[in-house]
Design a protein around this ligand. Structure first.
Ligand code: KDG
Ligand code: MG
Length: 412
């Protein structure tokens, strides 16, 4: 059988998503997530103009060969647009293969290595009482691990969190738990790393005092520190036993992690903006990280992320796959099947999609007692309702960015 049709579907139920739908000559369909937050239409063009024409008539069974062909034949390798496009093809072909086998994808990937996936949610607050409320709310929702983000005295914005996004979505409706906002221009936020560094350890001390020693706590530094600042923070957070400190320094300078590592035993996670195993090669071999944050959607698909995680396993480095709401339900399902099957699963980020998103994407995953499971429907376990998707056309949206007090643009 061959690939008969490949359609690129753009929909914006609670936020923008780009999905590739491949149909084979015997009528089997597969879905892949190609969403690149804030740059969605670049991937749409890459797929429609340069990838779809190459897929028509190809053998849908040859997943690895198709991946290698798309990666190598372009000459221009890597990069978020290219790799999100290739990822969607890889996911859709795995979906088709598993559907044809009559199995949930995790069975084809080697079967389940655990009963469910420990997932973490995002608690945040401008001050301690509102942060504690947010933690309690997440505990009530069943989360057994929680990321802590906090307001900093003197700063207006809390980066990367949900509470600021409702207004930007229009009316009372939330624009999903995720910082990109609809509008023609990115929103500007303020930032001061020294104020943040002074404030954060006290917040973790208070959270530990309130919620006890057992709850796994995470924190996202969102690329905002210099290496020496990150080293200082990691050291100061040691008494509060973090599950991980994420993206403590900008992702481009991977050597920075060597310096951070020399100073602290706080576990480090990085890689949500990495695209290939090459981005992880040295920091895995040198054991500079503890968790691989790569997303199936941005690492070129299930095939390359599985290889990256197997390589990481040699060094006892675990998965911590990126799972904000800009990873679509298709990308989340792919992460869940992969996470369930590998041995070195660590934790899965899980932010929950909005109601309209869940109507567009019908899903088979379960969320029980703090654990995710992809379900046992054949394939990825996600179907796209085209009529529902058609109700929500693309709307321009950007991640916010930030400037220091003197007007300098800082890392997001
Ligand atoms: O698209 C960017 C978001 O996914 C990012 O801001 C979320 O850092 C993030 C996280 O850890 O989920
Ligand atoms: Mg992050």
């Amino acid at each position: 059988m061959t690939i008969d049709k490949a359609e690129v579907i753009v929909t914006s139920p609670n936020r923008n998503f780009v999905t590739l739908k491949i149909t084979t000559s015997d009528g089997v369909t597969g879905l892949g997530d190609a969403t690149l937050n804030g740059r969605e239409l670049a991937v749409v063009s890459y797929l429609r103009d340069h990838v779809v024409p190459l897929l028509i008539g190809a053998d849908e069974n040859r997943i690895e060969d198709t991946w290698q062909f798309l990666y190598r034949s372009a000459y221009w390798r890597r990069g978020p647009v290219t790799m999100a496009a290739i990822a969607s093809v890889d996911m859709a072909l795995w979906d088709i293969k598993a559907k044809k086998a009559g199995m949930p994808l995790y069975q084809l990937l080697g079967g389940a290595s655990r009963t469910g996936l420990l997932a973490y949610g995002h608690a945040s607050g401008t001050d301690l009482p509102s942060l504690f409320d947010s933690v309690r709310d997440h505990l009530e929702q069943g989360y057994r691990a929680i990321r802590i983000q906090t307001g900093v005295p003197g700063l207006n914005a809390i980066y990367g969190i949900a509470s600021q996004s409702a207004a930007a979505g229009g009316g009372d409706e939330r624009y999903d738990h995720e910082p990109a906002r609809r509008g023609a221009k990115p929103v500007e936020e303020d930032w001061d790393t020294r104020a943040y560094l002074r404030h954060l350890p006290g917040v973790f001390e208070a959270v530990r005092n309130e919620f006890g020693p057992e709850l796994p706590l995470l924190h996202d530094g969102h690329h905002r520190m210099t290496p020496i600042q990150a080293a200082k923070l990691g050291k100061e957070l040691e008494p509060y036993d973090l599950f991980w400190l994420e993206d403590c320094t900008p992702a481009e300078n991977q050597e920075a992690l060597r310096l951070v590592r020399q100073h602290t035993t706080t576990p480090l996670a990085i890689g949500e903006i990495f695209n290939t195993v090459w981005d992880f090669k040295d920091i895995i071999r040198e054991q500079l990280i503890d968790y691989v944050r790569g997303a199936v959607t941005h690492m070129g698909g299930i095939s390359p992320l599985k290889k990256t995680l197997e390589y990481a396993a040699m060094y006892q480095i675990k998965s911590g796959m990126h799972g904000p709401t800009d990873i679509s339900p298709v990308g989340m399902a792919a992460a869940m099947h992969l996470g369930l099957s590998i041995h070195n699963f660590g934790i899965q980020e899980y932010m929950k999609h909005g109601e309209r998103t869940n109507q567009v994407f019908q899903q088979s995953f379960t969320w029980q007692n703090g654990l995710l499971h992809p379900g046992d429907a054949p394939g990825l376990g996600v179907e796209l309702d085209l009529d529902e998707a058609g109700k929500y056309p693309y709307e321009q949206a950007y991640l916010p960015y930030n400037r220091l007090a003197d007007g300098t643009v800082h890392d997001w």
